[in-house]
Design a protein around this ligand. Structure first.
Ligand SMILES: [Zn+2]
Length: 348
């Protein structure tokens, strides 16, 4: 098969489009013919060898997100057949934790005790074919394109998990959404809008904030031009603060976001690129009766729910630019530049 292969950690020049043997499936596995690949910032860290994961076995194929059709099923697979339109689940699991209390059975298969990530210890989606076990397959609605599906899993399922499942945003609430120019942030703007919230979006550039407005943000704050986003939020909410904050930045933005919450406010987070260690004012935290929660992507059930909403047109993935798979280097260069809005998708 054709694939983007890396033989060593390094820059975009180490992404090589070449022939490599097609994976051979076991009884419990399916082979997926990938039609579209979604890129994530994590891919850059993994390529460079700075992801915090152990160094990869080489040669390796990156990619945790994609969509395609089942090309082959193992002898023990009964739920899927050749031709089914599916996506590989990016947080792979055994489907059954090796413990009396099984996260998978409780619907939290994104945090299986035997958690792994597609494209880390196994070959990923930058290829014509990828193999996964039958527990790590998500069905696609019939009328959803492969391109839209490949742009949905990380951004929209995570955003839905945060806004609807964890923060339980209700109609009329004030919601602060940080990094509104990012994949998850821009998706969260759409999801919170669908929930009927009033949205205050933050980002580091006016261009990204303008795009956030187009997606439904009511108020915007450029955190590169604002001393403290809490002051701006308090002014926009008549001194009360926001009901909910959707956070993924970390560092001082997380601290300021806690200050921007109203009494009994909720904050939910899924990242901390701008500061992994954060000092917390516990006095403020308990006096305000704040609830804080966190997310590591989303379970399969949330993905299924969100794919249905994308197929209905209730949520519309923003595809920034598409490339052919063979042009992965250019795609990675654009990804590293951060100079785009939405998702970069490759056609296989
Ligand atoms: Zn499990």
């Amino acid at each position: 098969m054709k694939a983007i292969v890396i033989h060593q950690h390094g820059g975009p020049e180490d992404l090589v489009y070449e022939d490599i043997e097609t994976p051979i499936i076991g009884p419990n596995e399916v082979l997926i013919n990938i039609k579209a690949v979604g890129l994530n910032h994590f891919d850059l860290d993994l390529r460079g060898g700075i992801s915090g994961y152990l160094s990869l076995d080489m040669p390796h194929i990156l990619g945790c997100e994609g969509a395609g059709m089942i090309a082959e099923v193992g002898s023990a697979v009964t739920a899927y057949k050749v031709g089914d339109r599916v996506m590989p689940f990016l947080t792979t699991s055994l489907g059954q934790c090796r413990h009396r209390i099984c996260n998978c059975a409780l619907g939290m298969d994104n945090i299986c005790l035997d958690f792994d990530k597609l494209g880390v210890t196994s070959w990923g989606t930058y290829a014509e074919y990828v193999k996964v076990t039958q527990y790590n397959v998500i069905r696609m609605p019939d009328d959803l394109t492969f391109m839209d599906a490949a742009a949905t899993q990380v951004a929209y399922a995570t955003a839905w998990e945060m806004v609807i499942k964890k923060a339980k945003v209700r109609q009329g609430e004030d919601v602060l959404i940080n990094a509104a120019g990012s994949g998850v942030g821009s998706a969260a703007v759409q999801v919170a809008k669908l929930a009927g919230a009033r949205i205050i979006a933050t980002a580091g550039s006016d261009e990204k904030l303008e795009r956030a407005r187009q997606l439904g943000a009511d108020e915007v704050i450029n955190y590169n031009k604002t001393e403290n986003i809490a002051d701006a939020v308090l002014e926009m909410t008549g001194g009360r603060g926001v009901d909910v904050c959707i956070e993924m930045v970390g560092g001082k933005i997380l601290q300021q976001s806690l200050t921007a919450l109203c009494l009994n406010g909720r904050l939910t987070t899924c990242g901390a690129h701008a500061g992994e260690k954060v000092e917390l004012d516990m006095i403020e935290f308990f006096r305000k009766q704040i609830t804080m929660s966190s997310n590591h992507f989303a379970p399969k059930s949330t993905n299924t729910e969100v794919l249905g909403l994308v197929a209905l047109g209730k949520l519309q993935p923003v595809v920034a630019k598409t490339f052919p798979l063979s042009n992965m280097r250019a795609a990675h260069e654009l990804l590293a530049s951060r100079d785009f809005y939405g998702k970069i998708v490759l056609k296989v």
